[in-house]
Ligand binder design. Structure first.
Ligand code: PXP
Length: 236
C-alpha cells in the first residue's frame, strides 16, 4: 500500500514571514504522524527561506517516523545533511528565484557531482532518492549513480488536463515500471492534491507520495491531522 510522506515546509514558511517561533514545526510533524503520515519531509533550501538547519536537527531527534530531507548538492546543504544523517534524502534541483522546485534533476549534466553526493550520503547510512522527470535516460543514470530510489516528478501530470494528463500518467507508469526493472525504489510527488492523487497512488511499484502544499492549505481549515487523514482517504 502506498504511503504518505508529509511535506511541512509551508508551516515553516508561515513562521518565517514573522521570524517567529510559531507555528511550531515539530508539533505540526507530530500532528501529521497522528493523521497517518508515515514520513516527514522538509526541504532545506540554499537560501533557508523556510526550513532552518535547527529544524532538521530537532525533527531528526524527535519524530518517530523517517525524516526525508530534500536537498540540492550545494556544499552548505550537503554539509548539514552529512552531519544530521536523516533516514532519507531526496536530491532536487534548486534555483534561487523559483517559488517551488520547478523540474526534475538533469542527471546527465551533473552525473559526477551527483554520484559523489549519493555516495557520501549512503556511506552515512542515508537512503538516497533522486527527483527526476519520468524519462528513461534519467532513470538509467539514476541507476548508474547508485541511487536507492527515484522520486518521479508529478508536476506536469498535476497541471495538465484531459488527453495530455492521460499521456503524462502513462509516462509516469512506464517510468515506474522501468525504474522497478532497474532495481530502483519508486516514490512520486509534486503538485498532488485531493482531486488528482488517486491515479498516481494506484501506479504500479510506487511506494510513497510526498505531498505538501495541498495538505497544509487544507489544514488551515480543518487542522493538520484531519487534512492528512483526508489525503490518505483520497489516495485509497
Ligand atoms: N517532492 C519534491 C521533490 C518537492 O520538491 C516538493 C515540493 O517541495 C514536493 C514533493 C511536494 O510538492 P507539493 O508541495 O506541491 O505537494
Amino acid at each position: 500500500m502506498v504511503t504518505l510522506g508529509l511535506n511541512i515546509d509551508h508551516v515553516a514558511t508561515l513562521r518565517e514571514v514573522r521570524k517567529d517561533i510559531v507555528p511550531n514545526l515539530l508539533k505540526a510533524a507530530q500532528e501529521g504522524v497522528r493523521g497517518g503520515a508515515k514520513g516527514i519531509t522538509v526541504h532545506l533550501r540554499e537560501d533557508r527561506r523556510h526550513i532552518q538547519d535547527r529544524d532538521v536537527f530537532i525533527l531528526k531527534q524527535a519524530i518517530k517516523v523517517p525524516l526525508n530531507l530534500e536537498m540540492s548538492i550545494a556544499p552548505n546543504v550537503v554539509r548539514v545533511a552529512l552531519h544530521i544523517k536523516p533516514e532519507k534524502a531526496c536530491l532536487v534541483p534548486e534555483k534561487r528565484k523559483e517559488l517551488t522546485t520547478e523540474g526534475g534533476l538533469d542527471l546527465r549534466h551533473a552525473q559526477r557531482q551527483i554520484a559523489t553526493v549519493v555516495n557520501q550520503l549512503k556511506k552515512k547510512g542515508v537512503t538516497v532518492s533522486l527527483f527526476i522527470d519520468p524519462e528513461p535516460a534519467q532513470l538509467r543514470v539514476a541507476s548508474e549513480v547508485n541511487a536507492d530510489f527515484i522520486e518521479l516528478h508529478t508536476g506536469v501530470y498535476a497541471r495538465t488536463r484531459g488527453s495530455q494528463r492521460k499521456r503524462e500518467l502513462k509516462r509516469l507508469r512506464d517510468a515506474a515500471e522501468y525504474a522497478h526493472e532497474l532495481g530502483l525504489g519508486v516514490n512520486a510527488g509534486h503538485g498532488l492534491n485531493y482531486e488528482n492523487v488517486k491515479p498516481v497512488a494506484q501506479l504500479p511499484c510506487v511506494e510513497e507520495l510526498n505531498i505538501g502544499h495541498a495538505i497544509i492549505a487544507r489544514a488551515v481549515f480543518v487542522g493538520i491531522r484531519k487534512a492528512v487523514s483526508e489525503m490518505i482517504y483520497s489516495m485509497r
